[in-house]
Ligand binder design. Structure first.
Ligand SMILES: Nc1nc2c(ncn2[C@@H]2O[C@H](COP(=O)(O)OP(=O)(O)OP(=O)(O)O)[C@@H](O)[C@H]2O)c(=O)[nH]1
Ligand SMILES: [Mg+2]
Length: 381
């Protein structure tokens, strides 16, 4: 009984709600948001600007991979196509066809691409922003949506200028000034310089900050969890969004109900806990595909390092939902995990809210620790 009272106290404290009924309702809402938030991002701009390349980059998919957006030297994207994030299918990037081609006329473009379906627009240009881009931005503005200008192909400009002994910084500043001059009639909105092949360079983190600032909370978290890990700060943000959900998941996976009083259950939905860890694992870029890519880039045995972690091995081996959950997590949180029931969905075996919460917290922390090590090895600070 004393344990249950402690649990209720801990739960109310975590939720910030005045009573169990409200805390449980809040927990359900938080857990629901983990998977079910819909976010639609439109990537648009003139033909050949690098839109599809950017779409692939922010999904962490290489251009040649199955399921990647097609890239090409001539007009490539001919129809509107959605590209869901591999592990968050409700978050979608829409690769829109090039503006101003004979198939998509500037005047009717906004209507043709069904602008109302998107949360915001990213307008890509490989050179100066031209009248098409400005017209598009005005139409988007008229329709009360946000837009963000990104300037692509920065590597080419920098390389060309370096041949004339112009420094990288001077080139970047010149591109920005140039773009903003062209966008004067829109009040010179910021222009983000992006190199899709290396998101960690230039302005991608500034773009992420701007998107986060403008999105409502639940959509912001979905964005943060979906983007590839390209910096320590980006990883930290991901960790924080998952961390915030831990208490709620402990409530929901515990099947806790408000009645009868005091009503805290003594169960743990093992499958739900495992699904949470698997989502974090993908979001932190710890899957084999992401790691192989990073490892090849820096020529270091990152995959091997990551596999030293028991929890990563368990998730990668898909043995996580098996009856060995507790043992798999063993090295990480031995004493806590030995309390977890071994199989099935809801399994009642005297697991309190506090216990489930600490299993979730410790598992998440371990995945975060490994992901930080990857960042370090990949020189992505
Ligand atoms: N050097 C360099 N090349 C890029 C960059 N982004 C895209 N490209 C190249 O530019 C070409 C066009 O890229 P896409 O991504 O297909 O352009 P798009 O805007 O989707 O083109 P459409 O679908 O025809 O409208 C391809 O050859 C890409 O490899 C970049 O940042 N730097
Ligand atoms: Mg394209």
């Amino acid at each position: 009984m004393a344990d249950q009272e402690d649990d209720v106290r801990a739960l109310l404290n975590d939720s910030g709600e005045p009573d169990l009924k409200h805390a449980i309702a809040r927990a359900r809402e938080v857990v629901d948001r983990l998977d079910n938030v819909v976010l639609n991002i439109a990537v648009t701009g003139v033909t050949g600007a690098g839109k599809s390349t950017f779409v692939n980059a922010i999904r962490d998919v290489s251009n040649t991979e199955v399921g990647a957006a097609k890239i090409g030297e001539t007009e490539t994207t001919m129809e509107i196509k959605d590209y869901p994030y591999p592990t968050m299918p409700n978050v979608k990037i829409w690769d829109l066809p090039g503006l101003g081609t004979k198939n998509f006329k500037a005047k009717t473009y906004i209507k043709d691409v069904k602008f109302q379906n998107y949360d915001f627009f990213i307008i890509v240009s490989e050179k100066r922003f031209k009248e098409y881009d400005i017209m598009l931005a005005k139409e988007i503005q008229k329709n009360k949506k946000n837009f963000y200008f990104i300037r692509s192909m920065i590597d080419q400009d920098v390389a060309n200028a370096e041949r004339r002994w112009v420094t990288e910084n001077a080139t970047l500043q010149k591109i920005k000034n140039d773009c903003q001059e062209n966008l004067m009639e829109l009040g010179s909105p910021p222009v983000f310089l992006i190199l899709s092949f290396y998101l960690e360079k230039f302005d991608f983190s500034k773009l992420q900050n701007a998107l986060e600032r403008d999105l409502p909370d639940r959509k912001r978290d979905a964005l943060v969890r979906s983007l590839p890990v390209y910096s320590r700060q980006c990883l930290e943000k991901k960790y924080n969004t998952f961390q915030k959900a831990v208490w709620a998941l402990a409530v929901v996976s515990g099947g806790i109900t408000a009645a009868p009083v005091p009503g805290l259950s003594v169960a743990c939905d093992v499958a739900m806990v495992a699904t949470f860890f698997t989502t974090c694992y993908h979001s932190f870029g710890l899957d084999d595909k992401s790691l192989t890519k990073v490892g090849n880039r820096v020529d270091k045995p990152i995959l091997e390092m990551v596999k030293e972690s028991a929890i990563v091995r368990a998730i990668a081996g898909k043995t996580f939902l098996s009856s060995k959950l507790a043992a798999r997590l063993g090295g990480v949180i031995e004493s806590v995990c030995s309390l977890i029931p071994v199989a099935g969905n809801i399994a009642a075996a005297g697991v309190s809210f506090a216990t489930t919460r600490s299993v979730l917290e410790e598992g998440l922390k371990e995945l975060y620790r490994v992901a930080l090590k990857v960042i370090e090895m990949a020189n992505l600070n």
